[in-house]
Design a protein around this ligand. Structure first.
Ligand code: CA
Length: 237
């Protein structure tokens, strides 16, 4: 990847505390593919031990955990003065959990089952809030993507995107000049495993390209045959 001030920082460390094996593995893999450094603990005591001894930028904490539940973990962390943002994962049935968690210092919630793209959006928002260095606006070539207002401009002209197109463009911009495989785009934007029967990605890229590149030069979104897609900046050519 080209050197850039807008890429996902390689050194952002996230701890996932989740006892359900499939969910834990899925989160670890998805977050790693999104460019984060990820540790996974599968019970409360291990999670607390890691969170107390390492420096994490964010903790994703399941509520129901063996050994020590999510409440116990966050209570102990805050008592130690560890104030990193904590995103709670909670079951739909535990509605009163939201109140309890807020009182204990959780920063945000996600109700299971959740879409990975939603988790990623929450993670990035929490990291932005916690770190002054992450910009609110991504700029690549003459494209501007405003993460807070959810607006996109190219050459100063407003471009209307759907929610998925916005996520797709955000991913391409964050990792510009890097060829992104369809499987990665599928998991990051659509929460699905790559399925060769679907052309949903091709269709979405075509639509996004029509909005971003038609009538503009240079053309930024390129297809790399047999591999995937890249948002290529003029400097990288
Ligand atoms: Ca659990």
């Amino acid at each position: 990847m080209a050197s850039s001030s807008i890429g996902t920082p390689a050194t952002v460390k996230i701890l996932v505390v989740e006892d359900e094996p499939k969910t834990g593995d899925y989160l670890r893999q998805g977050l790693a593919e999104a460019g984060f450094v990820v540790d996974l603990a599968r019970n409360g005591p291990d999670g607390l031990h890691l969170a107390s001894s390492e420096d994490y930028d964010l903790v994703i904490l399941d509520v129901m955990l063996p050994g020590l539940d999510g409440w116990g973990v966050i209570r102990a962390l805050r008592k130690e003065g560890r104030m990193m943002p904590v995103l709670f994962l909670t079951a739909r049935s535990q509605v009163e959990d939201r109140v309890k968690g807020l009182e204990l210092g959780a920063d945000d919630y996600l109700v299971k089952p959740f879409a990975f793209s939603e988790l990623l959006a929450r993670v990035r928002t929490l990291l932005r809030r916690g770190r002054a260095t992450e910009p609110d606006v991504l700029r690549v070539a003459d494209v501007e993507l405003d993460l807070l207002r959810r607006r996109v401009h190219r050459g100063g002209r407003r471009i209307d995107l759907t929610a998925k197109e916005f996520l797709l463009l955000e991913l391409l911009m964050r990792r510009h000049d890097e060829v992104l495989p369809r499987s990665l785009i599928a998991s990051q934007v659509w929460d699905m495993n790559f399925d060769s029967d679907t052309n949903v990605i091709e269709v979405a890229v075509r639509r996004l390209r029509a909005k971003i590149d038609d009538g503009y030069e240079p053309k930024l979104i390129q297809t790399v045959r047999g591999m995937g897609y890249v948002l290529e900046t003029p400097e990288a050519r």
